[in-house]
Design a protein around this ligand. Structure first.
Ligand code: NI
Length: 299
């Protein structure tokens, strides 16, 4: 009996310490704060150091790109995903015709299915920027997005402003989302959109490290704010132009009503609707670079 009670006490102690360890980072599964360690200092060499040779300047290595063409990689690490996910093939030549990309953030969510139905009815392919948390919670909807021929990129794990996070936490937001895609689709996309479009040199370096380009936008419908189809369309009218990237959200009930209106009006004006990989198929997407529109790319 004594032994049993002893074991119970030990188990309770172990549980308590385990819970304490887990609660150090309670909101982010799998995230571990790096323990601060003293830098290891090298022992002083017993023999005097010989004068070092002049160091040759390292040649810059060419930046990796997501390049067009059937035999080239569509996604990270040279992989082609299910249903040719993120293939740049199939679109028009955007040098010759007016192109525009419809993009949808923050899903998969309540209205993703309706947005997909609207895109299908309009015979248009779009690009979705999904949260890792939502991909993990609704992998079947993410697979549907890809199955129906749309392009897909990350949008962080749970939508923090990356510039406000430590390098380690911001890196986790990007890499954990990529891993959610890996688990769901077998590949990681080569591009993402930072939440709120908030990024700086430090975050672009992390994107480069994670082999993702940064896709921004040039037309903001503000659908999440106005929650109004007419107002959102007016915002499109004000900012639209050839090579535009239009920002909408598939977690609000505006996007699926807005899609047919945008497509009808701008198709009549000679626009072609393309995915992000199709829009940049000639140049490819460079990791860490920012793409605001077809004509506004910043290094
Ligand atoms: Ni967002």
């Amino acid at each position: 009996m004594k032994t049993k009670r002893f074991c119970v006490a030990i188990t309770a102690l172990a549980m308590a310490s385990l819970m304490a360890a887990c609660s150090s980072e309670n909101s982010l599964p799998g995230f571990r704060e790096k323990t601060t360690q003293k830098p290891v200092t090298a022992e002083t060499p017993s023999t005097p150091a010989t004068p070092s040779k002049p160091v040759e300047k390292a040649k810059p290595t060419p930046e990796p790109t997501l390049e067009p063409g059937a035999s080239r990689p569509y996604n990270r690490d040279g992989k082609i995903g299910p249903d040719n996910m993120n293939s740049p093939d199939g679109g028009p030549d955007c040098d010759k015709v007016k192109c525009v990309a419809l993009t949808f953030d923050d899903g998969p969510g309540e209205y993703t299915g309706q947005v997909l139905d609207a895109l299908k009815a309009a015979h248009v392919k779009g690009t979705f920027f999904e949260l890792g948390r939502n991909v993990a919670n609704n992998p079947e909807m993410t697979r549907r997005v890809v199955r129906e021929g749309h392009a897909l990129g990350g949008h962080s794990w749970n939508h923090p402003q990356l510039t406000k996070l430590s390098n380690e936490k911001a890196n986790w937001q990007i890499s954990a989302t990529n891993e959610a895609f890996q688990k769901t689709l077998g590949v990681m996309p080569s591009f993402m959109r930072p939440p709120y479009g908030a990024a700086n040199g430090r975050i672009f370096e992390l994107m480069k490290k994670n082999k993702v380009a940064s896709i921004m936008w040039s037309v903001d419908t503000l659908d999440w704010q106005n929650k109004d189809v007419k107002q959102s369309l007016e915002n499109v009218h004000r900012e639209m132009g050839p090579g535009a990237i239009i920002l909408m959200h598939d977690i609000h009930p505006v996007a699926h009503q807005l899609v047919p209106l945008i497509v009808k009006e701008y198709r009549a004006k000679g626009y072609h609707f393309v995915t992000i990989p199709q829009m940049f198929k000639k140049s490819g997407l460079k990791f860490g670079h920012r793409y605001f529109s077809e004509n506004d790319i910043r290094g």
